[in-house]
Write a protein that binds this ligand. Structure first.
Ligand code: SAH
Ligand code: MG
Length: 231
């Protein structure tokens, strides 16, 4: 049975959007609230732009924090959010790296497994009617994906190889007049790793996208020309 939209409304009677924000804030993950709000608002514009029912895509879900911000936009606009992750963590999440968290290691396998956390977050938010999880390798899914995207949020692996594979695989799926968002764009290398900034630079240099909003390390772009090689 689909989750009732009221599942996450709190007993104190706060609105559904407020209840979802509280859950997003409480979820484990890597999304500051101001950037999450900007993400939600950009995705809400995208959801509203397609009356036939928008298709929103998330690359890199981890435990579902950004999924709730985006899922709130999907629910509010009648869109569907597809949320991709293999749930084994990026290089930077592995033991010994900055973004490791022992709590998400699956004891029997010894591997990171964030899928149970993601499910708890999404089900706990009552977003099962608006969010579809896709468990697997992002570029592999991109190669088989056929539906034009109204909104694509790239926040997967931040090493050069995974970041570029996501950009090459997903940005061509963004429809004209629709949006591409990239997280962890740090113009100053002292603030964070380069690959997401380089994707953003490449998107701007391509002439296919224009800037359409930013907050912290979140950049929102709008496609104004067809991808190279596609007419
Ligand atoms: N958006 C999340 C943070 C994502 S962290 C939040 O709000 O907290 C980056 C995620 O990308 C990790 O969960 C990792 O498992 C995933 N990832 C990295 N490479 C991937 C790939 N090739 N395919 C699918 N997921 C990938
Ligand atoms: Mg991020």
């Amino acid at each position: 049975m689909p989750d009732s939209p009221s599942t996450a409304s709190s007993a104190s009677g706060s609105s559904r959007p407020e209840a979802l924000l509280d859950l997003a804030r409480a979820a484990k993950g890597f999304m500051p609230d101001d950037e999450g709000l900007a993400l939600r608002d950009a995705a809400t514009r995208a959801g509203a732009a397609n009356a036939a029912g928008a298709t929103l895509m998330e690359i890199g879900a981890w435990c579902g924090k950004s999924t709730v911000y985006l899922g709130a936009a999907a629910e509010a606009t009648g869109a569907v959010l597809f949320s991709i992750d293999h749930h084994h963590g990026s290089e930077e999440n592995q033991p010994g790296w900055d973004h490791h968290d022992d709590a998400v290691v699956d004891a029997p396998s010894g591997r990171i497994d964030t899928l149970p956390f993601w499910r708890r977050t999404v089900d706990g938010a009552g977003l099962g009617g608006s969010v579809v999880g896709m468990v697997g390798d992002s570029p592999t899914i991109a190669a088989h994906w056929r539906t034009p995207l109204d909104f694509c949020f790239i926040d997967g692996g931040h090493g050069a190889e995974p970041a570029w594979a996501d950009f090459r695989g997903w940005s061509p799926h963004v429809a004209i007049d629709r949006w591409l968002a990239i997280h962890d764009v740090f113009p100053d290398p002292a603030d964070g790793g380069r690959p997401p900034y380089e994707l953003w630079t490449a998107a701007m240099a391509s002439g296919e996208f224009v800037e359409d909003g930013e907050c912290g390390s979140l950049r929102v772009l709008r496609r104004v020309a067809a991808p190279a090689g596609v007419r």
